[in-house]
Write a protein that binds this ligand. Sequence first.
Ligand SMILES: [Zn+2]
Length: 398
Amino acid sequence: MRGNEFTKILGWPGYRVYWREIDETAKTLRLWVRRKRGGQLVCSGCGRKFSDAHDCREREVRDLPWGEYRTTVIIEVYRVCCPQCGVTVEKVPQLPSKAPFSKRFEEAVGLVCASASVRQVARQFRLAASTVRAIDLRYLQRWSATRRKDPLVQMGVDEIYFGKQMKFITVVSNLDTGEPLWFGPDRKQETLNEFFRTQLSATQRKRVQAACVDMWQPFTNSIAQWARNCRIVYDKFHVLQHANKAIDEVRRAEFFRKGGGMRGVVKGKRWLLLTRWVNLEGQKRQQLNDLFALNRRVMKAYLLKESLDRLWTYRYEGAMLRYLQSWIDELRWQRLAPFQKLAQMLLDHLDGILNHCRTKVRFGVVEAINSNIKTLLRRGRGYKNLAYLEVAPSLVET
Ligand SMILES: [Zn+2]
């Protein structure tokens, strides 16, 4: 095979193979490449073009295999004397980082990472697991950098349980595109302040029109301070999470209050009580009915949770408010402390709840993003690293 045939098969635009070594026992192929004549050098710092080089050195990177042969490319890399950046290495598209891998090799590894475990990928490419993770992270970062950044008009803010060490993280997402945008440690006011300060310009902050958040004061405070034109919407998904918490408290209280046989009936019904009636099959409905026949208090709590759901079917503030008032009236004499607490919480956040009628937001998205991130976290795979998480969720469909 002649030199220019090696050049053709390698297929690095602008480069030619001028020397090669083939080791048949070790199954390795080493290719020495340099720039084809002509063409300009580009400063990797500022993009300025040069026709003269300052100096030249060799770099060795691993490239895609040729059949059974593990392939290494030794490439001549120039440095330019840039008036703006000083002596700087030239930009080589096939060398995106300082790591000893070509761009297309990293892409191959990153692609496999999307569907296989790090250990499997490491075995397949004969790399250390830590190297695979580093490659995957760079691959995802490059991919995410090329994505078009849509303007943020409606945002979602969520807190997600992240594990014993970090406890909670804050997730900001774009409700129009359904994409998570940013992750920060903890769920404090400062956490969300950090997002506004580092991720959005003053103009961009002014453009944010609505935020779907939980009734969590630190977030509310941060939004009020940073995004003046932003309406806070306490959405259905977040409020119903509180209703679920309330019903679970009632269930547990009943479990302890009543002894003996009652415990057996309430036990293990947590999931049933948290599921909406319309989503239950016949047999499950029967199980719930059996439970309700024995315990009126749990039944009442379930009905209250179910009927709260209807609050978000109203389009007019007055009607929504009337429905909420009648729901709260239902609570009287019921002695369901967790629901009384919830009612007080709703009244304290009334304006943000009624904002549902003033601002149309895509409720389903809030829930979808939330469950997608939880799925990612369950899968493990190094996602317990915030930098990783920041680029990875964009790969998950919402
Ligand atoms: Zn430069």
